[in-house]
Design a binder for this molecule. Structure first.
Ligand SMILES: [Zn+2]
Length: 208
């Protein structure tokens, strides 16, 4: 996921409170000239294929997570799902705290939303696979999630705010769904897609 504006201080502070332990997959947040992975763009079929569950969390998965993080940081994104780099595995990386070099990123393997709040939020989303397009999407405000971390440990998390938003956006990538499929303001969608040289026919109107 991508944000149009730099992260607000309050979000960064909230994230800092929530994250106080070092992660084994943390990499430098500085952009690199040649990121290890290529991000696919709206219109490329690879983004529409559902990803498969990861059976074994081993060093190759941790290496994938690190390469995804380097690629995400280089593109100034806060979230990246494996299908966006052409890998059909159920893994995503998120860091809503880009401005703090010491805050560890999150790796979610086989993430499942256990429950979602009835309360909905409208929030402007962007996507590393659809650069330049930023539009409002309605989603549950908070979620409860189960997943495995980069060491294969089972975890549960309650997320709200930007974290809940980003997790929901990224999990949809694992199912071949993109945020533009969920945009309700079709006129603005058409306008922004055109301005950024994307094709309207690549948006799916029927979302599961
Ligand atoms: Zn995205």
């Amino acid at each position: 996921m991508l944000l149009r504006l730099p992260l607000a201080g309050s979000f960064a502070q909230l994230a800092k409170i929530a994250e106080n332990k070092k992660s084994s997959i943390a990499v430098s947040k500085e952009a690199v000239d040649k990121p290890p992975l290529t991000i696919y763009m709206l219109g490329e079929e690879v983004l529409r294929n559902p990803a498969k569950r990861i059976v074994k969390v081993d060093s190759s998965i941790r290496e994938l997570a690190q390469n995804m993080l380097i690629t995400m940081y280089s593109a100034k994104g806060i979230g990246l799902a494996a299908p966006q780099v052409g890998v059909h595995k159920r893994i995503l990386v998120i860091d809503i705290n880009l401005e703090d070099p010491d805050a560890p990123p999150h790796v979610f393997i086989n993430p499942e939303i256990i429950s979602s709040s009835a309360t909905l939020d409208t929030y402007e989303e962007g996507c590393l696979s659809i650069p330049g397009v930023y539009l409002n999407v309605v989603r549950p405000s908070s979620i409860k999630l189960s997943y495995r971390d980069e060491m294969g440990r089972h975890k549960k998390m309650n997320a709200d705010g930007l974290m809940a938003r980003c997790i929901q956006h990224e999990i949809e990538h694992l199912n071949g769904v993109l945020f533009v499929d969920r945009v309700t303001d079709k006129d603005e969608l058409t306008k922004q897609l055109k301005e950024n040289d994307f094709n309207q026919k690549d948006v799916r109107t029927k979302v599961i």
